[in-house]
Design a protein around this ligand. Structure first.
Ligand SMILES: [Zn+2]
Length: 568
């Protein structure tokens, strides 16, 4: 009887608890995942705003160089647009770029003798203009290099004695000239173009944690440095000084790429007073000028370049305090209904290089992440955690905006801020127009399992899985600013399409290169992943204190004969 009574009581209590849970679930009105996924797919496919967002970021505001008024205008437009979509708390957050902004307003260049023709080139960022149209003879300056004995593909820089002797020998010839630096690169005609989509089977293996990892090809041997050799940066610094002191009119670098592609980066000092006006010329024009001169015929060139710095005249330092040059990250949120201080982030970098309008790098990434948030807002999900969009600046100069943000809001595993424990993951997309095919997350295998299971229903889009990484190395794109701090950064693997071969950092990176169907699918996949992380009971599993990998030691700049590594 006693037992019977107890059982009845337990059953009654269990019944009360269960009905309570059902009532709670109904009160929260949480639809099941499959239902939400189908709403996300429908909204993302039928009412996509990606191409409209892309249009504003590229055609209207591009290029968006860090520190330029164009970038700030694009960021302000994003704040207004995300507010109009119903996102909350949209605003800009400043960080100190430490350099003034810069834009090229216009630039023209011509060969005027022995033939007349227009030249194709881009201006190197953070270099001065020419003040007026300038004319001069072309001169080719060839810094002496030596092939590495153990790897003839590498050219080793000169020693100080060799460099000084060479510069002294050409000193009297460069004044008032247009100086072509180096020989034109030889770009062989490509008869085996790389695949534009990744192979399904390769990807399945790559994103399957139980598959045996693929062997990497053996890297080329690193060249052995010569005794007393300078490094390329030291040579570059001395060359800049030499060209300025000897009143060179314009410096011309070879783009060294096929089909008129030009990648123009920046003067490494970000200070326009440290270089002469500098352009990066397409390989075809650089080669033509070189061949005519090599045939013994003098070549005359003309350039007219107008650049502007922001602010034009930096304010004087006050009381020895260094002047700040602010740049801005763009932030907007969907506030969490239950755990608003737990945050799931998604983003990409809004800043671009200046040779084109930066469509694939990375206006489209920003448009995809804004779209993912818009979809979730529009279908009316009420996330338990806060969903936060971040459009970074300063990525192209070294992931600067995202690093500043992580430091300020979350700290790192070693120096945690209050937000550190409540952070639930950051999705980043930054590899062009190709659709999302997989992801890698900084965290233990249990973290990648969560996402792999959540995104399994997107196999029909070609999404192949999620793997874990232990690397806290900084580089590639902004998710590694989170990884470096020991936080779950999530990078998206995409189909290459024309990214590495044509658009990445080049003068060809425009609106036309975006495949709408691919970018819609990426936005749908990311919206779904963000939804799952914002709704599940627990935050993503993280490395325990004992498991947490140590961050790699940041390399100190030492003389090195290797060329500069890939820029982010
Ligand atoms: Zn990028």
């Amino acid at each position: 009887m006693e037992i019977m009574k107890k059982t009845t009581t337990v059953l009654f209590l269990l019944f009360c608890f269960l009905s309570q849970s059902v009532l709670l679930a109904n009160a929260q009105n949480i639809p099941n995942e499959a239902e939400v996924y189908s709403q996300i797919r429908k909204e993302g496919m039928d009412n996509s705003q990606i191409m409209r967002t892309l249009y504003f970021f590229t055609d209207v505001y591009g290029p968006r160089l860090t520190g330029s008024p164009n970038h700030v205008a694009a960021a302000n437009w994003a704040v207004k647009q995300m507010t109009d979509w119903g996102l909350e708390n949209a605003h800009l957050e400043s960080w100190d770029f430490e350099h003034p902004g810069w834009v090229n307003l216009r630039a023209s260049g011509f060969i005027t003798a022995p033939v007349q023709d227009s030249l194709v080139f881009e201006v190197l960022a953070w270099t001065p203009g020419t003040k007026k149209a300038v004319k001069g003879q072309a001169f080719q300056l060839l810094i002496p290099t030596t092939p590495s004995p153990n790897n003839p593909n590498f050219q080793l820089p000169p020693t100080q004695t060799e460099l000084t002797a060479y510069l002294d020998s050409v000193k009297s010839q460069v004044a008032g000239k247009m100086v072509l630096v180096g020989r034109p690169g030889v770009v062989p005609v490509n008869i085996t173009p790389p695949a534009k989509r990744l192979n399904d089977e390769d990807l399945k293996r790559r994103f399957d944690p139980s598959a045996t990892p693929q062997a990497f090809p053996t890297p080329q041997p690193q060249p052995t440095p010569r005794e007393g050799q300078l490094n390329f940066q030291q040579v570059g610094e001395q060359l800049d000084k030499f060209l300025l002191e000897n009143k060179v009119l314009v410096r011309i670098n070879d783009a060294g790429r096929e089909h008129g592609q030009i990648r123009a980066f920046n003067n490494r000092t970000f200070d326009v007073t440290t270089t002469v006006p500098t352009v990066v010329m397409r390989n075809e024009d650089f080669g033509r000028i070189t061949r005519i001169m090599a045939d013994g015929t003098p070549v005359s060139l003309e350039f007219d370049i107008k650049n502007q710095s922001f602010p034009e005249k930096p304010a004087k330092q006050k009381n020895g305090v260094k002047q700040e040059y602010l740049s801005y990250n763009t932030i907007a949120e969907i506030k969490g209904s239950e755990k608003p201080d737990e945050v799931i982030m998604l983003g990409g970098h809004l800043d671009s290089w200046h040779a084109a309008t930066g469509a694939t790098d990375n206006a489209v990434g920003c448009a995809i992440m804004m779209e993912a948030a818009r979809i979730l807002k529009t279908i009316g999900v009420r996330p338990r955690r806060t969903i936060r969009v971040a459009l970074w600046s300063g990525e192209e100069q070294g992931l600067l905006g995202s690093q500043a943000y992580v430091k300020q809001h979350f700290g790192s595993f070693e120096e945690q801020k209050p937000g550190y424990e409540k952070f639930g993951g950051y999705f980043n997309i930054d590899s062009g127009t190709g659709k999302a095919r997989g992801m890698s997350i900084f965290g233990p295998p249990e973290a990648s399992s969560v996402l792999r299971e959540a995104l399994a229903p997107f196999a029909d889009f070609g999404f192949m899985g999620v793997i874990s990484t232990r690397s806290r190395g900084l580089g590639g794109s902004d998710h590694t600013s989170f990884n470096q701090a020991g936080l779950p950064g999530i990078g998206v693997q995409q189909d290459p399409i024309e990214y590495g071969t044509h658009t990445w950092h080049t003068n060809l990176d425009t609106y036309e290169r975006i495949i709408e169907d691919d970018v819609k699918k990426s936005a749908i996949i990311i919206a779904s992943a963000v939804y799952v992380l914002a709704m599940r009971d627990e935050l993503l599993p993280r490395y325990s204190r004992e498991q947490m990998p140590t961050p790699p030691v940041q390399p100190t700049p030492t003389p090195s004969p290797t060329p500069t590594p890939r820029r982010p």
